[in-house]
Design a protein around this ligand. Structure first.
Ligand SMILES: [Zn+2]
Length: 406
């Protein structure tokens, strides 16, 4: 009886009235993560006031325990007002060989509704050996701080598909990278094609009316991404580059800062960077950004796969691939991703839908041949040949869409 009462009180405490605590604007918190494989730290770089919070005004506390990192925003009375989970390139990098012997710093931007009063902004990371959260640092944010930079849009976003108010639709923003001025029409066509690709896949097909698609036609000085492995460096707006972590096909934005600044004036819940190139590659980092190339023959498959990572936090269901990560998942801890399991806490995963056709437990997932299981023989998160997301991934994606629309 006491337990039920406690749960009830906690659920009640989670209802936060948006207008009481936040203005219609958005706060961008620019941070710098530093460290190595053993120790990590985070520092406040700068604060930015942006025109519009485009996210949900009802789902303020993250409904999922997703991400390798998390930020919680508390009132000065210690009431949790807002939270989100996320992954970052830094968090990935700390699991590489390089992080065993080097210290590095990575810039990151995080967004929240603009607070009316002083808040505490707490950044936590998940302890991989236990799955528990550990607070890294707390920053006190005064919304009246004269040094909070007021941002004006660098580049205006345009609506490609508009289905309704930003606060109860998923706002997916396609950002141009490596397109010169005369190629921005091509970008618009590429973005329209990517939107069509997305809606070819369930559950996106059925949920199309829940999406707004925005495009940011950002101009670059030169075309295409950089190829460090070939000594080829281009001058683009977002500094996209292959060879991330020395992996040929891993295309990312090694520095997040230009992207954070570029999207200052744009409405978005999800960021996807389209890179003007016909070379195979991409990446997707949960609640951070997805990125892939425009013109490879597998651009559709790669984009939808990477969006599965960046939008819904889905894990790779494959296990035979060249990745830089070492010991990424302990087998005695249930991973947080919805589509993989170590069977340590299978009830928290897809045990309840094992009766569905095409759902099972198959060993080999998340770069591990043993001790990690996936829900289907094949899936969009498994191979480029898969025609669909498996039922478990579809359910996870639907739940994330709900968190933006309900
Ligand atoms: Zn799947």
């Amino acid at each position: 009886m006491m337990l039920c009462l406690t749960l009830f009180v906690m659920a009640q405490a989670q209802h936060i009235d948006y207008k009481t605590y936040f203005t219609p604007e958005r706060l961008r918190v620019d941070l710098v993560f530093t460290g190595n494989a053993q120790t990590q730290d985070v520092f406040l770089h700068s604060l930015h006031k942006e025109p519009l919070w485009a996210g949900s005004k009802t789902v303020l506390i993250a409904p999922f325990d997703y991400g390798d990192c998390r930020y919680n925003v508390y009132s000065t009375q210690n009431v949790l007002l807002f939270s989100r989970g996320f992954n970052s390139l830094f968090a990935e990098w700390t699991t590489t060989e390089e992080a065993l012997e080097k210290d590095k710093a990575f810039a990151t931007s995080l967004w929240m509704p603009y607070p009316k009063d002083t808040v505490w902004f707490e950044v936590s990371q998940r302890v991989s050996s236990t799955g528990a959260w550990k607070a890294l640092k707390r920053f006190r944010i005064e919304p009246t701080d004269a040094l909070i930079r007021v941002e004006a849009p660098v580049c205006e976003a345009e609506a490609l598909i508009y289905n309704g108010p930003v606060e109860n639709h998923v706002d997916l923003l396609f950002v141009a990278e490596g397109y010169q001025a005369h190629e921005l029409e091509k970008f618009k066509q590429d973005a329209a094609r990517f939107a069509e690709y997305l809606f070819e896949y369930e559950p996106f097909t059925s949920r199309k009316a829940d999406f707004n698609i925005w495009i940011l036609p950002l101009e670059s000085q030169t075309s295409g991404p950089s190829f460090p492995q070939h000594g080829l460096w281009t001058q683009t707006s977002l500094y996209s580059a292959f060879h991330t972590f020395y992996l040929e096909r891993y295309l990312t934005l090694p520095d997040f800062s230009p992207l954070g600044k570029a999207v200052s004036g744009a409405p978005f819940d999800a960021l996807f960077v389209i890179v003007n190139s016909d070379i195979y590659g991409g990446g997707g980092i949960y609640n951070y950004y997805g990125i892939s190339t425009s013109d490879h023959s597998l651009s559709k498959e790669v984009f939808v796969h990477e969006f599965g990572h960046s939008f819904a936090g889905l894990a790779d269901e494959y296990y035979t691939s060249d990745v830089a990560y070492i010991d990424m998942y302990p087998t005695d801890v249930e991973p947080w991703e919805a589509n993989i399991t170590t069977l340590v806490d299978f009830a928290s995963k897809w045990e309840d839908i094992m009766h569905l056709e095409g759902v099972g437990v198959y060993e080999g997932a998340a770069y591990m041949a043993k001790g990690m299981y996936r829900p289907a023989i094949d899936c969009r998160m498994h191979t480029n040949n898969a025609p669909a997301f498996c039922p478990v991934c579809q359910r996870a994606i639907n739940r994330v869409i709900d968190s933006y629309t309900k």
